[in-house]
Design a protein around this ligand. Sequence first.
Ligand SMILES: Nc1ncnc2c1ncn2[C@@H]1O[C@H](COP(=O)(O)OP(=O)(O)OP(=O)(O)O)[C@@H](O)[C@H]1O
Ligand SMILES: [Mg+2]
Length: 327
Amino acid sequence: MSALLEVRDLEIVFPFGGKELAVVRGVSFDVGRGEIVGLVGESGSGKSLSALALLGLIPPPGRIRRGSIRLAGRELVGLGEAALRPVRGGRIGLVFQEPSAALNPVLTVGTQIVEAIRAHRPMPRREARRRAEELLARLAVPDPRRRLAEYPHQLSGGQRQRVLVAIALAAGPDLLVADEPTTALDVTLQAQVLDLFRDLRRDLGLGLLLITHDLAVVAGTCDRVAVMYAGQIVECGPTAELFAAPAHPYTRGLLASLPEIGSPAPRGELPAIPGQVPSAGDLPPGCPFHPRCEMRLAECATSEPEWIDHGAGRGARCVLARPREVA
Ligand SMILES: Nc1ncnc2c1ncn2[C@@H]1O[C@H](COP(=O)(O)OP(=O)(O)OP(=O)(O)O)[C@@H](O)[C@H]1O
Ligand SMILES: [Mg+2]
């Protein structure tokens, strides 16, 4: 059976100094129906571009040079703007980080949700308005009818984020892509929005791709997780297994510096591993992580590690993840 979303060998390039450099380099992952998959990694690792690619929204002159993106079996790479429009917002809903930036300040909340509904399913305004009210009620926004008549600035941050989720859900998508949806929210609101995602998955069978810096968010929310580093997925697996036994030193480093669950740690930033993610223009030879890796071997500085598939959805891009020889 095919997954709801299948991304294979995705490569995204930007022109730099006369040639094209890959900033997303051979990324593959799946999202199943009713599944929440986390994409984590430090700033600049290629998370947002990978998400934007699903919607055909890579900012030009960036482009997909290679790879495949299939939604319910249908190839999206290479589709023209006209064919992509019903997919974007229709089959795939998108929630961004900044609720205030993504809403139009001069239109009421109701108008914006109604327009989102009618853009994909033509229906009388009155009916769309009723749906908008139902949607807000489902998202646990108190007094939804009154909220519809208000402007974005009259809502709290958490309510604005729910309005964005309502817009993303307006057309009844199969897949929701949420890029740092809770980073701008305080801890309580963050927990509410994540609860909401779990409810939507359960009630609507939505697939959800959740992009975050925050491993604590992944731990509590995602069924599976893919860890990105310098444009590649360096490890993936079911969340509980990956957290219990990380195979890649980068994942291990991230987890080691994760505060105890429940402790009042600063959120929104990945814990620090000394050093920086290399940019696409100056990737080191060998494994891109080796300059920061405490466990590097001599070969790591010269040969790029291959993806090692451990089966059952687990795998890592590290020589140390090679299966041990059995004595
Ligand atoms: N419009 C652009 N033009 C040129 N290069 C870009 C552009 N957008 C992104 N990049 C390059 O692609 C890399 C990955 O960007 P992306 O936005 O996907 O990172 P990210 O993992 O989402 O980071 P963050 O956590 O900061 O949101 C960046 O480091 C940058 O070098
Ligand atoms: Mg990003």
